[in-house]
Design a protein around this ligand. Structure first.
Ligand code: UD1
Ligand code: MG
Length: 482
């Protein structure tokens, strides 16, 4: 592999991408958790190039900031005006001192499906054949808009690339197209770029003209045909963006399934490139797994789940839930209808049940928060049970405060824990309590008004009402029974 290690990869990302109709530059649009240019850089990195230069132009502040964020070692070259792909490569080479010895690979920033493997094949063909230039081509069903690969009728050798707009009717029939990806001899590329003219329909410096120039000068020109034409598709609008997302998502799910993950409905399961699984994980329909989400061995997520940067431990179950930056311990149970916000940490075999929201909360091993509750800024020990409809009252309108509930506690339904407050180990609280003071270990806290029954109130205040009649009938039955 290192034999084919290129001297440089130049990524073209200066174009505007008008057809995206977006305030976001085209190459920053995302599929599967990574920008278009981010995907291209990841594939380029697999070549282990000595230099990696991205040519930026349109919205270059935004694009450069993004590049620095995802890959601090990447270099950028500025193409202030977009005078064509040839001009763009020239700007890229200037960043490298004007020319460079060895192989220069050129890729476009808007081809997110291009794999490192295809790039490696291109580089291998290029050096094995001793070419001055090797173009990556593909046979496509509809070649409209693409540059066409013109081959010699007798030898089949590539002779030139003709842009769609400049092509004759006969050339437009050709279905082998230029992917926009090339491997060049660095020195010959620099020389040829100096000879590229702008006498074409678009008045631009075409990189594609380099191929014809080198061939006419007697150099070897070759082509590497991509096995799957969908890999080289450039994204120009949001329909193509969605198509590419579908293809990449299918690729990721196929990898996961072949590695032992059950994906019940690939059509409604969406994953980012950074998601990881362990064997026998099960993904039910309607599930989105994003960022650094991890689904452990035998864990089941879905249906209808959206997890971002969330760890799901072995054997855990997450149903109808949304989670962001949460940790779900082994064999824990989440949902249906739960919302785990950042800093939620669920211990082994713990439970966050139906209509429960947690934030910055540690829920110990075996502890259950089964129904209708909010747990914010809290630490709950092991094997405690939080009664239904409880609220950890963490915000006084100005600051957030912490609540601690110990281990083996049983708190009643409809409790308010007004933070800062601590409930000691083994303590109980009565239903309907507003806990404002610390509860000692083993105590029962009761913090609610005493019940008072005013006998005969309905008969006196609501005479003749349905309630009064029902009460009267009930008291008759009571005296008969007595
Ligand atoms: C280009 C090729 C065409 C090929 C197609 C594949 C040329 C002349 N044509 O056409 O043969 O079939 O790609 O998708 O090369 N860019 C710059 N600066 C510029 C112009 C473009 O950086 O001045 C960048 C764009 O951001 C984009 C890439 O180069 O990433 C390709 O440019 P684009 O305008 O999409 O070229 P096509 O017309 O699609
Ligand atoms: Mg294009």
């Amino acid at each position: 592999m290192s034999a084919n290690r290129p001297a440089a990869v130049v990524v073209l990302a200066a174009g505007e991408g008008t057809r995206m109709k977006s305030a976001t530059p085209k190459v920053l649009h995302e599929i599967c958790g990574r920008s278009l240019v981010g995907h291209v850089l990841a594939a380029a990195r697999e070549l282990e190039p000595e230099n990696l230069v991205v040519v930026v132009g349109h919205a270059r502040e935004k694009v450069t900031a993004h590049l620095n964020e995802i890959d601090a070692t990447v270099r950028t070259a500025v193409q202030a005006e977009q005078n064509g792909t040839g001009h763009a490569v020239r700007m890229g080479l200037e960043e490298l001192g004007g020319s460079i010895d060895g192989t220069v690979v050129v890729v476009c920033g808007d081809t997110p499906l291009l794999s490192g493997e295809t790039l490696r094949q291109l580089a291998a063909t290029h050096s094995a054949d001793g070419n001055a230039v090797t173009v990556l081509t593909a046979e496509v069903p509809d070649a409209t808009g693409y540059g066409r690969i013109v081959r010699d009728g007798v030898s089949g050798a590539v002779t030139e690339i003709v842009e769609h707009k400049d092509a004759s009717a006969a050339q437009r029939e050709i279905r082998e197209i230029n992917s926009g990806v090339f491997a060049f001899d660095g020195q010959l590329l620099a020389d040829a770029l100096g000879k590229v003219r702008t006498d074409n329909v678009q008045g631009e410096e075409y990189l594609t003209d380099v191929l014809g120039i080198l061939r006419e000068a007697g150099h070897r020109v070759g082509a590497s045909v991509a096995g799957d034409h969908r890999e080289i598709a450039g994204i120009n609008n949001r329909v193509q963006l969605a198509e590419a997302r579908r293809i990449l998502n299918d690729r990721l799910l196929t990898q996961a399934m072949l590695a032992g993950v059950t994906v019940v409905d690939p059509a409604t399961t969406w994953v980012d490139v950074t998601v990881t699984f362990e064997q026998d994980a099960v993904v039910q329909p309607g599930t989105q797994l994003l960022g650094a989400t991890h689904v452990g061995e035998g864990a089941e997520v879905g249906p209808n789940v959206r997890l971002k940067d969330t760890h799901v431990g072995a054997g855990a179950r997450v149903i109808n839930a949304v989670a962001d930056s949460a940790f779900v311990g082994p064999q824990a149970s989440v949902g249906p209808y739960a919302y785990l916000r950042p800093g939620s940490h669920l211990g082994v075999k713990s439970k966050v049940g139906t209509y429960v929201e947690t934030k910055n909360a540690s829920i110990g091993e075996g502890t259950k928060v089964p129904h209708l509750s909010y747990v914010g800024d809290a630490t709950i020990g092991e094997y405690s049970n939080i009664g239904a409809a409880s609220v950890f009252v963490n915000y006084d309108g100005q600051d957030k405060h912490h609540t601690t509930v110990g281990s083996h506690c049983k708190t009643g339904s409809d409790n308010m824990f007004v933070a800062p407050v601590t409930v000691g180990d083994g303590a109980y609280t009565a239903a309907g309590s507003v806990i404002t003071k610390d509860v000692p270990p083993g105590a029962l806290a009761v913090a609610r008004g005493q019940q008072r029954n005013i006998e005969g109130w309905v008969a006196r205040k609501r005479p003749g009402s349905a309630a009064a009649k029902a009460a009267e009938a009930a008291s008759g039955e009571r005296s008969e029974e007595g």
